[in-house]
Design a protein around this ligand. Structure first.
Ligand SMILES: Cc1cc2nc3c(=O)[nH]c(=O)nc-3n(C[C@H](O)[C@H](O)[C@H](O)COP(=O)(O)OP(=O)(O)OC[C@H]3O[C@@H](n4cnc5c(N)ncnc54)[C@H](O)[C@@H]3O)c2cc1C
Length: 453
């Protein structure tokens, strides 16, 4: 497959910095590129300090980092192995990106069953975090569309995993944060489309009640997501834009997407992002949609991947990086929890403009450690300001816990061990499936466990 120009910069082998998308924390590791499925475990023979597979480093915190350990860089292992147009089932090596899958699939009339807000993630990374998209209510999470994969352990043993073969390893590896072994290849069930176009509707809302009413009104639409203004208070508290879309049913072009041209080549000074600039941006964004309700066709790229237009946009937060806070709170406390947390965020004056509100549906995830649960999901980026950001993250994590919710490990750099173990009480059962050589800075931070090889 052609390689995208957006691979992590750490492409060589040997000691180097491998950054996650949040660029915090910041650790060096020993890069071990895997180009062939047979490279592992031979490539780590004689190496110490543990190992962790990594894809595009599009997780935000330290789930894809291992301080001073060996990072198995999978992006060279990106071959397409098989595709059956009758069933839509594609088989590929785990380092292929969703962007590469789209380049292959869209011209043939197929689309990803679930996609995150960036297409620059690998198939292996999507399974290991059991990612979710704007269609969680109707499609569940990514693992629900993975019929099978191969898992290779550091002792060289290979397991074919599916819901019927090695089902416990299948469940532990979906959402297993790369800790159960290396996924070498996987199958993915694609869905048919007849056009690149999305039938889009954007509706302004004011407050969580209006957001919830829109969610019910649009439950027949496959994709829904909302941008919410986390800075404004008073009458404008929790105003936002509810965005809904379905794949167009009218046949239209099915061409490939050209490579993005814009890139942020250097770090912007962190002070550019302050409460005044964010407030101005939020007001402009809310009113960019002049009418309260618009309906028009849009291409799938700006609908699913608006941020991919500017490569390395994370540099806009300056060299300190950013933190992401992302929770899911079950319906029982979803509304009160969301209102309380939004008030706390507005009070802090630290919110950025990248805030996403959506609901998760009832389809259970197949992963033992998967994040989604039926209720409200909210995600927000924060710039890092040493004395304010970390205490705020701790407070927001505690509030999430009080409301019975949990945080998303793929986006986390701040969860305490107490919080993690309360959010994921099954963690000790999961730990029995961890490869003795595999660990991550995240895992060591929230459990204290270290590799035994
Ligand atoms: C702009 C943006 C928007 C996003 N939107 C969403 C969203 O809407 N929904 C969502 O769920 N997530 C979202 N994410 C997060 C992202 O989808 C996940 O973090 C994803 O897992 C990143 O994949 P990656 O290839 O970059 O993997 P990495 O970040 O490099 O690694 C992620 C995890 O996968 C493991 N892993 C990677 N490859 C393998 C393998 N071959 N075998 C075993 N384990 C492996 C790693 O060990 C690590 O634990 C977003 C991220 C960004 C930057």
């Amino acid at each position: 497959m052609p390689r995208t120009s957006t691979l992590p910069e750490a492409e060589t082998s040997g000691p180097a910095l491998f950054e996650s998308w949040g660029r915090y924390p910041n650790y060096r590791g020993n890069l071990v590129p895997l180009n062939w499925q047979s490279d592992f475990p031979a490539a780590v023979e004689g190496l110490h300090n543990g190992a962790l597979p990594v894809g595009m480093g599009r997780s935000y915190g330290d789930v894809c980092l291992l301080k001073d350990g060996n990072l198995l860089v999978t992006t060279g292992m990106n071959r397409l192995l098989d595709f059956d147009p009758a069933t839509g089932v594609l088989t590929a090596e785990s380092g292929i990106t969703l962007a590469q899958i789209l380049d292959f699939a869209v011209p043939r009339g197929f689309f990803l069953p679930v996609t995150p807000g960036t297409k620059y993630v690998t198939l292996g990374g999507a399974i290991a975090n059991d990612i979710h998209g704007k269609n969680h209510e109707v499609a569940g999470s990514f693992g629900n569309h993975v019929p099978s994969f191969e898992l290779v352990r550091s002792d060289g043993s290979r397991r074919l995993c599916s819901s019927t073969e090695n089902p416990d390893w299948f469940a532990a590896t979906i959402g297993g944060m790369g800790l159960t072994g290396l996924i070498t290849w996987a199958q993915l069930r694609l869905k048919p489309i007849v056009s690149r176009s999305i039938d889009y509707e954007g509706i302004q809302f004011h407050g969580i009640d209006e957001f919830l009413a829109l969610k019910d009104q649009y439950k027949h639409v496959e994709y829904t997501v909302s941008w919410v203004d986390c800075v404004s208070t008073g009458n404008n508290f929790a105003r936002g834009i509810f965005m809904a879309g379905d794949h167009s049913k009218t046949p239209g072009p099915l061409t490939q997407t050209p490579e993005p041209k814009l890139s942020l080549p250097f770090d912007l000074p962190g002070f550019l992002l302050n409460s005044t600039t964010v407030s101005l941006f939020n007001t402009a964004f809310f009113h960019k949609q002049i009418k309260p309700h618009v309906a028009n066709p849009v291409d799938y790229e700006p609908f699913f991947y608006p941020l991919d237009k500017v490569l390395h946009w994370n540099r806009g937060y300056g060299k300190n990086g950013l933190l992401q806070f992302q929770y899911a709170i079950p319906w029982e406390h979803a509304k009160e929890g969301t209102i309380a947390i939004l008030h706390e965020i507005a009070k802090s004056g630290l919110a950025s403009f990248l805030a996403v509100l959506k609901t998760f549906g009832e389809i259970p995830s197949l992963g033992m450690m998967s994040f989604p649960l039926a209720g409200i999901m909210f995600a927000l980026d924060f710039p890092i300001k040493a004395n304010i950001s970390f205490p705020l993250m701790q407070r927001l994590g505690d509030m999430t816990r009080e409301f019975g919710g949990r945080l998303y490990s793929a986006k986390d750099a701040c969860m305490t061990p107490e919080q993690f173990q309360a959010f994921y009480p099954q963690w000790e059962k999961f730990a029995r499936y961890r490869d003795p050589m595999f660990t991550s800075s995240f895992w060591e931070r929230v459990t204290g466990e270290t590799p035994t090889l």
